[in-house]
Write a protein that binds this ligand. Structure first.
Ligand code: KIV
Length: 267
């Protein structure tokens, strides 16, 4: 199915808010995981710049490049038939000017087949969001705790409590033409106020139950990133433990000569 004819489109994503249906979103970075999540009925897959940490092993999202995002997004689009694919604009690919953002977002849409881009910011990115929306590039905004502001914030994972600022950012993004907003690490009460104040869907991560949808980093949700236990995270499986135990068993069987047995050998 071509990326333009997916069951979950930008308009149907937005319509979910009107009909009161919650939206489930998750990050994925390659064909294998994207296809599993797509088949499981996920509404949207975010090719997040969190790949800088969970795939590349960096301590922040800042080193991720546009070419790397495009590389991963192509794989995710190939693995999905149903979900809306949204791709993060990485650090310094949109902050320079609205024109820079347009050229880079254009590359993402054109080269990957994804349907939308995400960028961090509200008030300060209003002109940029408008520029992309005017070029018919759907934009998801990201307010609250913005991982690309790690140095300004003095670290990641800090709950943002300035309701006036968060609400103003969300409204600015909506006015500029964003089709949806991620709310990261904010009190549930603030997320509720924002969700009730905007017409576009809010997608929470560490923002409580009153958002229009939720997003989690796929490897976190599946228990693959062992040792990372923020309060908001729920493990829906312990795949890290399973993978380690399976590999230990394989190592033991190879070393003891029990694998391959006759059953796994050719005559
Ligand atoms: O990069 C990412 O994975 C994100 C989510 C945490 C929303 O921005």
């Amino acid at each position: 199915m071509s990326p333009t004819h997916r069951p979950v489109s930008v308009p149907s994503f937005c319509a979910a808010k009107e009909s009161g249906q919650k939206l489930a979103m998750v990050t994925a970075y390659d064909t294998l995981w994207a296809s599993l999540m797509d088949a499981a009925g996920i509404d949207s897959i975010l090719v997040g710049d969190s790949l800088g940490m969970v795939v590349q092993g960096n301590s922040t999202t800042l080193p991720v490049t546009l070419d790397e995002m495009i590389y991963h997004a192509k794989m995710v689009v190939r693995g999905t038939k149903r979900a809306l694919v949204v791709v993060d604009l990485p650090f310094m690919t949109y902050q320079v000017s609205p024109q820079q953002a347009l050229e880079n977002a254009g590359r993402i849409i054109k080269e990957t087949g994804a349907s939308a881009v995400k960028l961090e910011g509200g008030i300060h990115q209003q002109e940029t969001i408008q520029k992309l929306a005017d070029a018919e590039i759907p934009v998801m905004a990201h307010v609250g705790m913005k991982p690309q502001s790690v140095h300004q914030l003095g670290g990641m994972g800090k709950i943002q409590r300035d309701e006036t600022r968060i609400l103003a950012d969300a409204k600015a993004a909506e006015e500029a033409g964003a089709f949806s907003i991620v709310l990261e690490l904010i009190p549930s009460s603030v997320a509720k106020t924002v969700t009730e104040s905007v017409k576009i869907p809010t997608i929470g991560i560490g923002a409580g139950p009153d958002c229009d949808g939720q997003v989690l980093v796929g490897p976190d949700m599946l228990g693959l990133t062992e040792g990372f236990h923020p309060k908001f995270l729920k493990h829906y499986a312990e795949l890290g433990k399973m993978a380690r135990e399976a590999t230990e068993k394989y190592v033991a069987e190879v070393k003891s000569g029990t694998y391959p047995s006759a059953e796994h050998s050719h005559e």
